[in-house]
Design a protein around this ligand. Structure first.
Ligand code: B12
Ligand code: SF4
Length: 548
C-alpha cells in the first residue's frame, strides 16, 4: 500500500493525493483542503490492504473529494494513530473494526474523544456488527453502521455534514443497520489500490459475497444470500489489475467453488493470462469439485494456485452439532485428486475445541488429514465470534471462552484448560515445523516409528516446550538443533539419517553454511547448494519440492 496516511513507522511514500506521510500531514494540517472525513482502519499487518475501506471510498459519490483513507497496522501505538487522525482536522472519522484491531481501536477512539469530543466517530466492520450493546468501543463512539456499509456510510456522512451546515435533521439512532447492497448498486474499488499497494501488499479481490452454509462458529454463516459480481464486470476489473502489474490475487469469497460455471470462468481467465510468478488464492469447500473444475485446476502450473480448504472436523457428530454437513468420501477423493493430479498448494483447516470434539476425536481427524498429505494443516483454536450461533452450546458443552479478543476457547466439557493449553502449543509448533516448509523431509521422522502423527507430534510439542519455554521467537537454527536432539535422544532415530533430513531441508531454501551441530554427520565433500537465501523463498515454494 501507500504507507497510508497513518503509517508513520513505514518507509516514506511518494506524495499522493489521498496519502501523506505524518511529517507532511502535520505541516499540511493548517492549510486549506483538509478532508472533512477520514476513513481509517488498523490492519493485522502492513502487508494486508484494507479492502472493505476501499469499497466504502469507491461508493462515496460526490463526497469522495472530501474523504481521505488512513491505514495503520496493529503494531502502531494507538495514541500515535489518534494523533495522525486528528492532524487531518476531520469532522468525521469512520473506523473499520475487526477482531484483530478492536483492542487498539478502542484506545484510539477513547483518546480522540478525550482530546476532541466534537469529532464524530462512526464505527463499522464485522466486530461491531453484532452484540453492540456490550462493547466499550461502541459506548465511546457516536454511531455504528452494522453490516455491509458500502452505500450506507456515504448516506450517513451526507446527513451528518448537512446537520453541521446548520440544517437539523431528525435525530438518528446510534446503531444504524445497513441494508444488504446488491453488486449492481456498487462501484467496484479496484482502482483504489495504488501503486505501492500493488508493489508491496496483498491485493484482495471478491467475486461474490455471502455463504449459503450454516457452520455455527463462522460469521459468514450469517451472510446470506450469496450475491455475485456480474462476471464480465469482475473480469474487466481483474484485467485492469493484471495490466497494472498485480501478480498475486487473494479471493475473499467465502466459498469459491459454489457456482461452478463462474468458478470455471474465473480460472479460465487467469490461466489464459498466466505468467510465471502469478499466484491465485481461493477458499473452498472440500466436497465439491466436479470434473468441469478438476480439468482446469489440473492445468495450472506448480506454485500458482493455493486452495484454503475448510474441513474443521472429521467427526460427523460434531459436524452435525455445529450444522456443518460434509461428504467425507467425496472430501477424501477431492484431496487425493488435488495432491496426486494437480500442483495446487493445499492449506487445510481443522478446529480444536468444537462442541462434542474430544482430544481423541480431534487426534483421529488430524491423523486422517496427515494421511491425505495437504502441504499445510492449519490447527485453529475455536473462537467465539460475536454474533455467531455457536453460543447455543455454551451450557451443554460447558464452553468457556476468553472474554478478550480473539475470544479463544479456554476449556470445555471434554477438554480441560491444561489440555487446551497443550493443544494450543501443538498448533503453534505445528505451524513452525509442519507448515513452514522448513522441515518437509524432517517432519515425518517424528512419527516414523509408527505412532500416530498426532501423538508423536504432541510428544515433540511438550518436549520442545519444556526445553524452549516459549512458543514464539524461536530462531530456525535453534529449532533445527532441538529437532535433532529430540529425534536422536527421545525417538532414538539414527543421527545420520536425521542429520541428512535436516541438511536437505536446510539447503532447500538456498542455504549452504553447515550448522556446526550437523558437521560430524555430513560427508566432507557435500556439494554446495544454490545461493538463493531462504528468506527470499516463500513458504509455499519450500513445499513445492515435497515429493508428490
Ligand atoms: C482478509 C481477512 C483477514 C486478514 C487481515 C486483513 C487486514 N485488513 O488486516 C488476515 C488473514 C490477517 C485475517 C486474520 C484473521 N481473521 Co480474517 N478475514 C479476512 C477476510 C477473508 C476478508 C476481509 C475482507 O476484505 N472482506 C471484504 C470486505 C468488502 O468486507 P469487510 O472487510 O467486512 O468490509 C465491509 C463491512 O465490514 C463494513 N466496513 C468495513 N470497514 C468499515 C468502516 C466503517 C467506518 C464502516 C461504517 C463500515 C465498515 O463495510 C464493508 C463493505 O461492505 C474476512 C472474510 C470475508 N470474506 O470478509 C475474514 C474475517 C474478517 N476474519 C475473521 C477472523 C475470525 C479472523 C481470525 C481471528 C482468524 C483466525 N486466524 O482464527 C484472524 C485474526 C488475526 C489476528 N491477528 O487476530 C472474521 C471476522 C471476525 C470479526 N469479528 O472481525 C471474518 C469475517 C471471517 C469469518 N467468516 O469468520 N483475516
Ligand atoms: S465455514 Fe466456510 S462454508 Fe461454513 S459458513 Fe463459514 S464460510 Fe461458509
Amino acid at each position: 500500500m501507500d504507507a497510508g496516511v497513518g503509517n508513520i513507522a513505514r518507509p516514506k511514500s511518494p506524495p499522493q493525493n489521498r496519502f501523506l506521510s505524518l511529517r507532511k500531514l502535520l505541516c499540511a494540517a493548517s492549510f486549506e483542503g483538509m478532508p472533512d472525513i477520514v476513513l481509517a482502519t488498523i490492519n493485522a499487518k502492513f502487508i494486508h490492504a484494507a479492502f472493505g475501506l476501499r469499497y466504502l471510498y469507491a461508493n462515496l459519490g460526490d463526497l469522495q473529494s472530501r474523504v481521505r483513507i488512513a491505514e495503520f497496522d496493529i503494531n502502531q501505538r494507538p495514541v500515535d494513530i489518534a494523533e495522525v487522525l486528528l492532524a487531518h482536522n476531520p469532522k468525521i472519522i469512520g473506523l473499520g473494526v475487526y477482531i484483530w484491531n478492536v483492542a487498539e481501536a478502542t484506545e484510539v477512539v477513547a483518546a480522540i474523544k478525550r482530546v476532541r469530543p466534537e469529532v464524530i466517530i462512526i464505527l463499522g466492520g464485522p466486530e461491531v456488527s453484532y452484540e453492540t450493546e456490550s462493547q466499550s468501543i461502541v459506548q465511546l463512539a457516536d454511531y455504528v453502521i452494522t453490516g455491509e456499509a458500502d452505500l450506507k456510510f456515504a448516506e450517513v456522512c451526507r446527513e451528518l455534514l448537512h446537520d453541521r451546515a446548520g440544517t437539523e435533521c431528525a435525530p438518528r439512532p446510534k446503531i444504524i443497520p445497513a441494508p444488504l447492497p446488491e453488486f449492481s448498486q456498487l462501484k467496484l474499488p479496484y482502482e483504489f489500490y495504488d501503486e505501492r499497494d500493488i508493489a508491496h501488499r496483498i491485493i484482495y479481490v471478491e467475486a461474490s459475497r455471502g455463504c449459503p452454509f450454516t457452520c455455527e462458529f463462522c460469521l459468514s454463516s450469517l451472510d446470506v444470500p450469496v450475491r455475485a459480481v456480474p462476471i464480465e464486470q469482475f473480469l474487466g476489473e481483474m484485467q485492469k489489475l493484471l495490466d497494472r502489474g498485480v501478480r498475486q490475487f487473494k479471493f475473499v469469497d467465502r466459498t469459491f467453488n459454489l457456482n461452478i460455471a463462474t468458478s470455471r470462468a474465473i480460472l479460465e481467465f487467469f490461466l489464459e493470462r498466466h505468467h510465471p510468478g502469478n499466484f491465485y488464492h481461493f477458499e473452498m469447500i472440500p466436497d465439491r469439485l466436479p470434473d468441469a473444475l478438476r480439468e482446469i485446476i489440473a492445468r495450472f502450473p506448480a506454485g500458482s494456485l493455493q486452495f484454503e480448504v475448510g474441513i474443521q472436523t472429521f467427526n460427523p457428530q460434531v459436524g452435525q452439532l455445529i450444522s456443518r454437513k460434509q461428504n467425507y468420501d467425496r472430501l477424501a477423493e477431492n484431496l487425493r485428486f488435488l495432491r496426486n493430479e494437480t500442483s495446487v498448494h493445499v492449506h487445510a483447516d481443522l478446529i480444536v475445541g468444537l462442541p462434542g470434539e474430544s482430544v481423541e476425536s480431534f487426534a483421529a481427524g488430524f491423523d486422517q488429514l496427515v494421511s491425505m498429505r495437504p502441504q499445510e494443516i492449519q490447527v485453529g483454536i475455536l473462537k467465539r465470534l460475536r454474533g455467531t450461533p455457536i453460543i447455543r452450546h455454551d451450557t451443554e458443552w460447558q464452553m468457556a471462552y476468553n472474554p478478550c479478543p480473539p475470544y479463544e476457547i479456554l476449556q470445555n466439557k471434554l477438554i480441560n484448560f491444561a489440555t487446551m493449553q497443550k493443544l494450543r502449543r501443538f498448533a503453534r509448533y505445528w505451524d513452525m515445523v509442519g507448515n513452514s516448509g522448513n522441515f518437509v523431509s524432517t517432519t515425518p521422522l517424528i512419527w516414523e516409528s509408527g505412532s500416530s502423527p498426532f501423538s508423536a507430534f504432541m510428544r515433540f510439542s511438550e518436549w520442545l516446550h519444556a526445553h524452549a519455554g516459549r512458543t514464539d521467537g524461536i530462531a530456525l537454527a535453534r529449532l533445527m538443533e532441538w529437532l535433532f536432539e529430540f529425534l536422536t535422544t527421545e525417538i532414538k532415530s539414527g543421527a545420520h539419517p536425521v542429520a541428512e533430513a535436516l541438511w536437505t531441508d536446510y539447503r532447500r531454501g538456498g542455504r549452504h553454511d553447515r550448522p556446526s551441530f550437523l558437521r560430524e554427520y555430513l560427508p566432507e565433500d557435500e556439494t554446495v547448494a544454490p545461493s538463493r537465501p531462504m528468506a527470499s523463498l516463500k513458504r509455499q515454494s519450500r513445499h513445492l519440492v515435497q515429493s508428490k
